[in-house]
Design a protein around this ligand. Structure first.
Ligand code: PLP
Length: 386
């Protein structure tokens, strides 16, 4: 089917919540995508930080093929090995507690909100200005963005928004606070790195009051910033974290991971999901986690991130480069529209990036990207200035 035909189907049958670009992708491999006419694209978005291992990683494909032909689903009324092993791997690779598997990022946030309320009944959840935690009601209530929240009021009560100011955050946390929930690097609002001072203030306030510190690592995790989890490059260890996006190597899965303190908060029947942790997806996630934990890969994320940031900084229309590892954004000159530039990058240069706002472009390539591809992406972005 042509893009025009797909647009017709979309117009007649798809609820119009997405602003899609006029490109149909039919194949992906590594950092490359191909459209229906056979044109090749360089992917510097990775499905919004989902394809950290690259498109169709052979080990992910093999694990899925192997499992899908044996058993696709059993429900959580029974045991399957991949899901249990994934819980073990996730816990031992991070906070050492226990894991609840979900199907998406927003569901991991829902699980986290329920968990911290279970630990402190009736407690409030503090979230940081500009945060994004998802689209379901709890996660949306934790996402203080007028345009996303206002049409859907009333929201879930008990969420408090704090500015990115360590003193204000310290003051806002009290004995009624169930949790401080934050992204160590805010992704959807434009790759804003929260300061170490803010994170330390959050940790100290939680320690003082017994509130839980929860890091949303849905976008920052799985090696994106040059360590398996972003918290490893901060002075702070959270009490729980959420992951999703890249966890499934391209397939949908999320997880809530706790440290020791919150590991036994939920009791049987407190939470559940029909599909979560199924054997196919968990098999893919075990492979993705293995690949993203590799120390050589993580070191290369750090050096290639520096190379990409340096290249971006040389572009004539770039005002500022932000981020860590391969989680980067550029602020561009005010006379240029970032959404229009991202669209030109796609259609004229066959480079996939996206705009997170009117003046910001986000770059999150697969972590298996090479030096040549980094340089090529910078060259293609540079060509847009000509
Ligand atoms: N939290 C963060 C930090 C995210 O970046 C996202 C998605 O962009 C979510 C939560 C929601 O994840 P999902 O789209 O899988 O529901």
């Amino acid at each position: 089917m042509s893009v025009a035909e797909l647009q017709e189907l979309e117009r007649d049958y798809a609820i119009p919540t997405y602003a899609r670009n006029p490109v149909e992708f039919v194949r992906g491999l590594g950092c490359r995508l191909w459209d229906d006419a056979g044109n090749e694209y360089l992917d510097f978005l990775a499905g919004i930080s989902v394809l950290n291992v690259g498109h169709c990683h052979p080990r992910v494909v093999e694990a899925v093929r192997d499992q899908v032909g044996r058993l696709t689903h059993a429900t959580n009324l029974f045991y399957t090995e991949p899901g249990m092993r994934l819980c073990q791997r996730l816990a031992s690779s991070s906070l050492g507690g226990k894991v609840f598997l979900t199907n998406s990022g927003t569901e991991a946030i829902e699980a986290a909100i329920k968990l911290v309320r279970r630990a402190r009944p009736g407690g409030t959840v503090l979230v940081v200005q500009d945060a994004f935690h998802g689209r379901t009601y709890g996660a949306l209530s934790a996402t203080p963005q007028e345009s996303k929240q206002a049409p859907f009021a009333p929201l879930v009560p008990g969420f408090v928004v704090v500015p990115k100011d360590p003193d204000a955050l310290e003051r806002a946390v009290d004995e009624q606070t169930a949790a401080v929930l934050l992204e160590p690097i805010q992704g959807e609002s434009g790759i804003n790195v929260l300061s170490d001072e803010l994170l330390v203030a959050a940790r100290q306030a939680c320690d003082r009051t017994g509130a839980a510190l929860v890091f949303d690592e849905i976008q920052t995790g799985m090696g994106r910033t040059g360590s398996l989890w972003a918290y490893e490059q901060t002075p702070v260890v959270p009490d729980a974290l959420t992951t999703a996006k890249a966890l499934g190597g391209g397939l949908p899965i999320g997880a809530l991971v706790t440290g020791d303190r919150l590991a036994d908060t939920f009791e049987t029947g407190d939470h559940g999901s029909t599909f979560a942790g199924g054997p196919v997806i968990a098999s893919a996630a075990l492979v993705a986690l293995d690949i993203c934990s590799d120390q050589d890969l993580l070191a290369s994320v750090r050096t290639l991130g520096e190379r990409l940031a340096a290249g971006l900084g040389q572009l004539s229309y770039v005002d500022r480069v932000r981020g860590r590892g391969l989680m980067l954004a550029i602020d561009i000159a005010p006379e240029i529209s970032a959404p229009a530039l991202a669209r030109r990058a796609l259609l004229e240069q066959r480079l996939v990036v996206n705009a997170t706002g009117p003046a910001t472009i986000r770059l999150e390539p697969p972590l298996i990207v090479g030096e040549d591809e980094i340089d090529e992406a910078v060259r293609r972005l540079g060509a847009l200035a000509e």
